[in-house]
Ligand binder design. Sequence first.
Ligand code: UDP
Length: 462
Amino acid sequence: RQINSVEMEQRKGRRLVLFPLPLQGHINPMFDLANILHSRGFSITIIHTTFNSPNPSNYPHFTFRIISEDLPENNRCTKDLIAFVSMLNAICGSPFRDCLADLLSDTSEEPIACLISDAILYFTQDVANELKVPRMVLRTGAASSFCVFSSFPLLREKGYLPIQDSQLEEPIVELPPLRVKDLPVIHTNDPEDLYDVVVGMVEQSKASNGMIWNTFEELEGTSLATLHQKLGVPLFPIGPFHKCFAVTSSTTSSSLLTHDQSCISWLDKQDPKSVIYVSFGSLASISETQFLEIAWGLANSNQPFLWVVRPGLVHGSNWVEPLPNGFLETLGGKGHIVKWAPQQQVLAHPSVGAFWTHNGWNSTLESICEGVPMVCMPCFTDQKVNARYVSEVWGIGLQLEKGLERGEIQRTIKRLMVDKDGENIRERTLNLKEKSNLCLSESGSSKQALDSLVHHILSLES
Ligand code: UDP
């Protein structure tokens, strides 16, 4: 979109300070948001941690400030995500405060209109209050899963949490169509830490000046309306981010790992909609037994497959060592394995006919935008809610309900990609793709929400 010169003039001199959670699934949407707001005339400063720091040379149009968060050695990994997030919230306060105070006192830069932090970095609300800077929140997950997080106190009161293994299949009557097994939990050393993180995220979002969402009204209107009532702050569903940014700015990458471009030339050689793309995102991990069931399920499905095996995906292995010798060779070119793929490009490729995903929100949304139906295999937290919405609310995928078993995998892939009874799913996926395009058009819901967001930010008083 061309930036209107009057708008540009009006906004000149406004800086936004963005603070991403340093994990891939949070960094990507924060940088997309930065690009979107930059294209609307704002200057952008990114505050980031030393851990997983982005490459500033990919973003010459932004300025960067690093905070030394001093994570203890044993927390410099993301094996226990909740411990990691709690630790960040506990130790970043002081260096973040100093950094923001420094930016505020720097008269050579434009005045700061507001701070936009990831919802999970909830400690930033107190710092913003203290320094009298408006704070907005970016929630990188879905509105539907946030509804569930905001119900955690109720779910504890009603006895759904902590989860009892004997109740996994029971419906949650307050949150249809979820069942107990769909609740967004994750294993952590101290379960109280999970509740603290969730409550911190929800309460400090309520205390903010508003929330920005990587979703769109036509997809999650009901959940957004519920949240609007519950949270009482303005909500701006302006997604899908990666699509607005693609039309407003040149492509840069916030990927922490290098994209293996061999995927694309391999896809070029496959038939239209024949390939199943398999990736479980940047954090999920699986056992060796599960890995082998996946490998045989893919091989037996007879569909060509492109499989991202991230180093560290398989417990106890560096990469693909557990595969039988010559596994790919015996398949005669039907399979291609890479360490990290240019996922958005892959999903947009005409050869891709299905996505076997862990249902991280970015992956889910990227799949929706390209009209690719999903095989759902959620691992933890909001992925479980996303997968249930994909399979039962939007009807654009099939969930592997019975664990990972090669026969079940083979049947599910066939049903989704080939069989007649998967046709409805494939059709609904294409309809939703259409809606994800329309919401970004001039009169579309996300475009209008973005106009309101710009207006809202300009109306905030520091
Ligand atoms: N991604 C990628 N290459 C891959 C796998 C994933 O670029 O091989 C990107 C993907 O496009 C998405 C992000 O990494 O934007 C993963 O985010 P998501 O929320 O799906 O999952 P998480 O990694 O947070 O579990």
